[in-house]
Structures are given as C-alpha cells and as structure tokens.
Write a new protein. Structure first.
Length: 270
C-alpha cells in the first residue's frame, strides 16, 4: 500500500504554520482544492490550533469554522478528515461528509468521542497525547520515549476497542511535537518501525514542526520560520514512506508527493 498524502487545511486565526492565511471559509475551500490539484489524497480540516500554548476555541466557534469547509470540499468529491478533539464536532463533520476523524487526543479529551466513531464506522486517527496545548510541554518526560509512546498508544487502542471502535478503524499517530522535546521526536522518527510493529496503520505528522526548524540553527537562536521547513519535512516523508506509513500529514503537498515518488521508484527498482 502506498503512503497517502494528507493535506492540511487550517481554519484557524492562530496556526503556527500559516498564521491564519486560510481562516475564512472561501479561502480554506480554495486552498483545499489547490492541495487536491497538487496531489493530496485527503484533506485534514481543523478549527483548533494545537500549537504549544494555544487556547481552545469554544465548541460553537470550532463548528462555525469547520463545517462549511468540510461540507463544501466533501461535496466536491474530496476525501475529508476532520481534525478535532470534540465528539460533537466530529459527529457533525461526519454528517457533513467527512470520512476520517483525526483526534490528536486519541479520545482522551472527550469521553464521547469513541461512541461517535464506533457508530459511524469512520477511520479514526488516535494520536499519542498527554494534555492540552497550554500545558503539554510540561509533560515531556519519558523513561524511553519509543517504548513509552508505544505502550500508551496500546492502552488507547485497548480503551477504544472496549468502547466499540473496531480495530480496523484505527490509525495511530506517535504525536511528533506533542508533549515531546526535539530529542523525543527524533527518537520516534528513527524508530518508526516500532510504532508500525503495533500492528496498525501509522500517520506521521512532522510537517513544519519546531524540531525541524532547529536543524542547522546555533543553540540559543530561534528556529527557522515554519514556511522554511518544507525541505526538511519532505525528508521525513521519505523516511515515513520507507517505513511503510499509512500517511503523512503535510502543509506543502508537492514536495511530499515528489518525495513519495522517489520512494516508490526506488522500491520498484530493487
């Protein structure tokens, strides 16, 4: 199975990656259509910024942001994922045409999420998560980040399974940058095979993360701006493709599409 490219459509005013460039629904829809033209396999639409320190919007505000965009893009034939931690947002987005729920909390933020997903039959991306953005980095402590993340993801799968979510619905995400220091993210990237060994499809979401922005930057200096991290992101897409990841979640689609073409051509030549 080839690795899917999930294009990011942020419908937020405070995204770390694009600063709210596509906050208005018309702009978000146009951006989503552009990502499809560039080769995205599915679109991930989110109305809540999860950058470190971000405050949560109200549920009504999140719904106002995402539902028109989900409905319009799904109506135009796009395969749509809704990026939300709220069960009600997931339910309404699925009713509007989404077929994937991408929950960065893995069901921990909203106890009703598992029931919504189980009832819908939708694909459910469960990410490794420890807390909301305002305090998650204070919890970036691990004995062995790879073993700890794999254990905590397994616990999430068991809880979701007990709540009625079928195992074939589940995709796992190790949560790069969420309650993780740069060293933790690099370790996870180096050991994607151990995450894959849990037996579930894996989504890799490294795109424009701060650990990539620190590459080649002297200690103490600020990381490179988010929009200058796409080449490094494409390199991580190669690693994800070689590891057999289900998908990569990216902001700049063309570079990751090309990166996966390189992986496919190399594998075909073996």
């Amino acid at each position: 199975m080839s690795t899917l490219v999930m294009g990011v459509v942020n419908v937020t005013p405070d995204s770390f990656s694009d600063g709210g460039e596509w906050f208005e629904p018309d702009a978000a829809v146009a951006h989503g259509l552009e990502l499809l033209d560039q080769g995205a396999d599915l679109l991930d639409i989110g109305g809540e910024s999860t950058r470190p320190g971000a405050e949560r919007p109200t549920q009504d505000e999140e719904l106002r942001r995402v539902l028109p965009v989900v409905a319009e893009l799904a109506g135009r034939g796009a395969r749509v994922s809704v990026d939300t931690m709220r069960a009600e947002v997931a339910a309404q987005a699925l009713a509007a045409g989404a077929s994937v729920v991408n929950d960065v909390s893995g069901g921990l933020a909203d106890p009703d999420m598992a029931a919504v997903v189980a009832g819908s039959g939708a694909t459910y991306v469960a990410m490794h998560w420890r807390a909301h953005s305002t305090r998650m980095q204070s919890l970036a402590t691990y004995d062995d980040v790879v073993q700890d993340v794999c254990r905590e993801l397994t616990q999430r799968v068991e809880a979701l399974d007990a709540a009625g979510v079928r195992r074939e619905q589940i995709v796992l995400d190790p949560g790069f940058g969420f309650a993780k220091l740069a060293t933790h993210s690099w370790r996870l990237l180096a050991h994607l095979d151990q995450v894959q060994a849990l037996g579930f499809p894996v989504l890799v979401g490294t795109s424009r993360k701060s650990f990539l922005g620190r590459l080649g930057v002297p200690p103490g200096d600020p990381p490179r701006p988010a929009t200058e991290r796409d080449a490094a992101t494409a390199a991580t897409t190669v690693l994800a493709g070689l590891a057999g990841a289900w998908g990569v979640r990216v902001h700049h689609v063309p570079s990751s599409v090309d990166a996966l073409r390189v992986v496919a051509a190399t594998e075909q030549a073996r």
